[in-house]
Design a protein around this ligand. Structure first.
Ligand code: CO
Length: 335
């Protein structure tokens, strides 16, 4: 096994131990004691989480046992709070960002922290992006695949992305607010069917809306292997060629040209799908991600990559180097 000494997990979620009830409708609250916490929204139970979700010292021990040295941590998307009033949502973002940055400060060679922005308000979002970089030293942020059903080609979001490019702040796009959820409430379909579609929605919006074209230095990574995009790029390109009147309305560049411009994580749960993903996206653009500590994540970190039996150069890329390039971080910090 040509496995490198350094393994970085690009995709994992961390919460504070407690989130105070701010007394506002629709805000997630984290309560409980002992080893478990409950996330509730408006008194409605959302999810029960264990100690690895909020106790960083405990968590580092746990992922070291699985051979992971470093985790990139970001909040759980239910905390995005995009649908809530901007002012309190920005206070929530500040609270989460200050907390997650503290973890990186305490364990600089074990934790990389990503922030969150109140994207329902352009000015507040840019303020928070500046806080993330200048005051907290965060290398990136996590955003939703749509923002209250505004797609990622939205002109106001473009202003935020332009600020991120100027600040050198990388963007991890995570599925959220899954399309069609209300029409398929059973069988966990929003997660199993909606999530892969959300990523393709996000990638296509950034490509066809000209975001990647106009912001050539913006670093973007899409979670969950880019969802259905890599597996339907043939169809997407064919649509671009056959109906440019519908597809190429904002950007005349073939969508395939953007492969190599952005990263995806390795969360595919299928070594064959992962091999294809690497073939399509390039071995320099796929990075180990697990979605730790959630049940839909890869339970044994890196197992799909190991099943590929790749050479040591490719493994170094997949296990850590691509993540460091996406986040523009030096390898020396972690070795
Ligand atoms: Co996730």
């Amino acid at each position: 096994m040509n496995q490198p000494d350094l393994i970085i997990d690009l995709h994992s979620h961390l919460l504070p131990e407690h989130i105070p009830d701010m007394g506002l409708p629709g805000f997630p609250v984290l309560t409980g004691d002992g080893d478990e916490r409950d996330i509730t929204v408006d008194g409605q139970f959302f999810r029960r989480i264990g100690r690895t979700s909020y106790d960083m010292a405990h968590r580092i021990e746990a992922y070291e046992r699985h051979g992971v040295q470093v985790q990139v941590v970001c909040t759980v998307p239910v905390m995005f709070s995009y649908h809530l009033p901007a002012e309190p949502a920005s206070r929530m973002a500040r609270f989460l960002n200050d907390h997650i940055a503290e973890q990186q400060r305490r364990w600089p060679n074990r934790v990389i922290s990503l922030g969150t922005l109140p994207l329902q308000d352009t000015r507040l979002a840019i303020n928070e992006a500046e806080h993330c970089v200048h005051d907290l030293g965060l290398p990136g942020i996590q955003i939703g695949s749509n923002i209250n059903n505004r797609n990622l080609d939205d002109p106001e979001l473009f202003e935020v992305f332009a600020a991120c490019q100027d600040l050198g702040l990388s963007i991890l796009v995570h599925p959220w607010n899954m399309m069609g959820s209300q029409h398929m409430p059973d069988y966990w379909l929003p997660w199993l069917v909606g999530m892969p579609a959300e990523l393709s929605r996000a990638i296509c919006s950034m490509i066809f809306g000209g975001v990647l074209e106009r912001l050539p230095d913006l670093r973007v990574c899409f979670a969950h292997g880019g969802g259905s995009f890599p597996f339907t790029i043939g169809r997407i390109e064919h649509g671009f060629n056959m109906r440019p009147d519908l597809v190429a309305t904002c950007n005349e560049v073939n969508p395939r040209e953007y492969i190599g411009r952005f990263w995806v994580d390795s969360v595919t749960h299928d070594p064959q799908a992962l091999a294809y993903l690497i073939e399509v996206m390039g071995a320099d653009k796929v990075a180990l991600g697990t979605d730790y500590p959630f049940p839909l994540g890869e339970q044994e970190p890196g197992s799909a990559i190991r099943a590929l039996n790749a050479d040591s150069e490719t493994n170094a890329r997949l296990f850590y180097r691509n993540t460091l390039e996406f986040l523009d971080l030096p390898e020396e910090r972690f070795t």
